[in-house]
Design a protein around this ligand. Structure first.
Ligand SMILES: [Zn+2]
Length: 247
């Protein structure tokens, strides 16, 4: 089993030079800080967006996508958006290259309890905050292509058009998954974030308490090379921002 160095992420966060980015520690997991990065602050005329990655430590592309996005020119985006990034929710899982944290907990099944520190830190960081949209980025070892989940209040489905655009990067997933039963299917490659899931996962938790629109991206972590997976997540970020652009 490969292991990774968390310092690789910290080094890139600390090297960010955009003066509108503020890096803070949400809390410490073992000796590893969980970071949040804010682009600007909430302000009239700006749309609040939440971007999260690294919930599962063996899903590398979402973390890389957030880092590349943060390293890009954000000056135009800053004018219109306040974005809260949580680039690596699960530092101990990232280091060990495991889905779960070092205690064996799947953080994305822990948002209805208060027993998993990473989930508690996220809840604390999000309290009293609202977002026009939340994008939670993941990968799937069994998938052979990209797929998405989405849920919203009072807007149109967005993920179907992202799915169509993502076909330029690579095909949509065709592997069936027992977890994504047919009644949740919106169109090829897009499923609903089901209310039947409760609030155990971050995306339904945020949808219940902090955002009117949630999307989950899933890329094929074993069958696609990293660059193409990152490109899908960056496309999703771009499309979410375009969709929620103020005015
Ligand atoms: Zn995941």
């Amino acid at each position: 089993m490969s292991t990774r160095n968390y310092f690789d992420i910290e080094k890139r966060l600390k090297a960010l030079s955009d003066p509108n980015l503020q890096i803070q520690t949400i809390g410490i997991i073992k000796e590893y800080p969980m970071y949040q990065v804010s682009l600007g602050t909430p302000a009239p005329g700006k749309t609040n967006i939440l971007l999260t990655a690294g919930m599962h430590g063996d899903e590398l592309a979402p973390i890389e996508a957030i880092l590349q996005f943060l390293e890009s020119d954000l000056s135009e985006i800053y004018k219109n958006f306040h974005i809260l990034f949580i680039p690596c929710i699960n530092p101990t899982g990232y280091i060990a290259n495991t889905r779960e944290n070092s205690k064996g907990d799947d953080i994305n099944r822990a948002f209805e309890s208060d027993t998993v520190p990473e989930a508690n830190l996220i809840k604390y960081a999000l309290q009293d905050r609202t977002f026009a949209a939340h994008l939670d980025m993941h990968e799937d070892y069994d998938a052979n292509g990209t797929y998405f989940y989405e849920q919203h209040k009072q807007s149109e489905w967005l993920a179907p058009s992202i799915a169509q655009k993502s076909k330029k990067i690579g095909p949509l997933n065709t592997e069936s998954d027992d977890d994504t039963d047919e009644e949740g299917l919106i169109v090829e490659g897009v499923y609903k974030v089901s209310l039947s899931w409760g609030e155990v996962g971050l995306s339904p938790y945020v949808f219940a308490h902090h955002a009117n629109h949630v999307i989950i991206t899933e890329t094929a972590s074993t069958s696609w090379e990293l660059d193409r997976r990152v490109a899908v997540h960056l496309l999703a970020i771009d499309e979410v921002l375009k969709h929620h652009h103020p005015e």
